[in-house]
Ligand binder design. Structure first.
Ligand SMILES: Cc1ncc(COP(=O)(O)O)c(C=O)c1O
Length: 371
């Protein structure tokens, strides 16, 4: 995949500003000029301030193997979720949870609701899971319950990202329940990736449904919300049976001791959680309405990012490249959508930043509108 100039490759994920240095130079960004990275959906408050001291204090843990069952971390997660520890599997980021979910269905058939995170398809390919793609329509990406329920009838698992990366949209809970009921009847599992659910309303987590639906698997990430993508920390929730099966597929000691020791204090940091909620409540509506009032199309987001496109530009593959270049020339790095099946570079995804970054983004988008 190449950029607008046909030279450099598009990075597969966001959060890799170094990959854009040459591209930025070509778009008139002076070397060394700071680049505001809106390409990765990381909490802009940064990691909790106590983290550095905590990591230093736990460094001696590197001299021993972690508890292979991660009992303490799993207990902390189970307590917060109201589950039994046997329903929790600690993973090396949400990414490992995705691959474990696919491993449970090696050689079977899966449905992916698109546009969505590309790692579901990659995990399916890795484990020989056949893929049927269900494409939601632009520009709102409303969920098609009937089509999804019909697809589940002849599949073994359906992937749902909720809220969805990259659209930020959230399938209504009643529709998720309808899928789960159908799945029980037809023997299909629903894998819901809740990597961004902590940025949605508190009652959007689907954990309570685990009590009634053994065919539900929830995947979580601690890296986005706590701004620790380099640490690699996530978990998988499900019935005790499915968690035990997933654990069988996991590499031994897949989570390092420093990361595992952080789970309980992270989940107990209610001050950080309140600060994050205050930031979201102030900035998300401001950015959503600001972008709409400038005439951009952007589905309603329940996450910490926004998908947008200019409806005045003829839609088509790569049609958002000029806007990407405009943002880059003004020091803002957006996430291209060339490798989101169905979007093909026609949209851009921008992470919600702190107030100054959001203001700058709106100013640069307003400048795009100037003749
Ligand atoms: C929807 C979704 N799920 C899971 C992940 C993986 O997150 P982690 O850093 O926890 O592996 C990502 C990362 O971008 C994501 O966008």
């Amino acid at each position: 995949m190449t950029d607008a100039t046909g030279a450099a490759a598009w990075p597969r994920h966001g959060g890799q500003p170094d990959a854009f240095v040459e591209l930025a130079r070509r778009h008139g960004l002076a070397p060394g000029r700071p680049l505001c990275d809106l390409s990765a959906n990381i909490n802009p408050l940064g990691p909790p301030p106590w983290l550095e001291a905590q990591l230093r204090a736990t460094l001696p843990a590197l001299a021993r193997y972690p508890d292979p069952d991660y009992r303490q971390a799993r207990q902390a997660i189970a307590a917060r979720e109201g589950l039994a520890p046997a329903q929790v599997l600690l993973t090396n980021g949400g990414a490992e949870a995705i691959f474990l979910a696919a491993a449970l269905h090696a050689g079977q058939r899966g449905v992916i609701v698109e546009p969505t995170f590309g790692e579901y398809a990659r995990a399916c390919r890795h484990y020989g899971v056949g893929i049927e793609r269900l494409r939601l329509p632009e520009p709102d990406f409303f969920f098609d319950l009937q089509a999804a329920a019909a697809a589940m009838r002849h599949a073994d698992l359906l992937w749902l990202c909720r809220p969805n990366n990259p659209s930020g949209t959230l399938v209504p809970r009643t529709q998720v329940e309808a899928l789960l009921r159908g799945g029980l009847t037809h023997g299909c599992r629903l894998v819901v990736d809740e990597a961004f659910v902590d940025f949605s309303a508190d009652d959007e987590r689907l954990t309570p449904l685990l009590a009634d639906y053994p065919n539900l698997l929830l995947l979580r990430s601690l890296t986005k919300y706590y701004a620790l993508p380099g640490l690699r920390l996530g978990y998988l929730l499900g019935s005790a049976d499915s968690v035990a099966c997933a654990a069988e597929c996991q590499l031994p000691w897949s989570v390092n001791a420093l990361a595992a020791d952080l789970v309980a204090p992270l989940l107990e940091d209610h001050h950080y959680q309140r600060q994050t909620r205050a930031w979201l409540d102030a900035e998300r509506p401001r950015l959503q309405s600001g972008v709409a009032s400038l005439g951009f199309e952007a589905p309603v987001t329940e996450a910490n990012f926004l998908l947008l496109r200019d409806p005045h530009v003829a839609a088509g593959p790569g049609s958002a490249d000029p806007l990407f270049a405009h943002l880059l020339a003004h020091g803002l790095l957006a996430r291209h959508t060339h490798n989101f099946a169905g979007l093909d570079g026609g949209w851009l995804r921008v992470a919600l930043g702190e107030r100054d970054a959001n203001r700058q983004l709106l100013e640069v988008l307003a400048a795009w509108r100037q003749p």
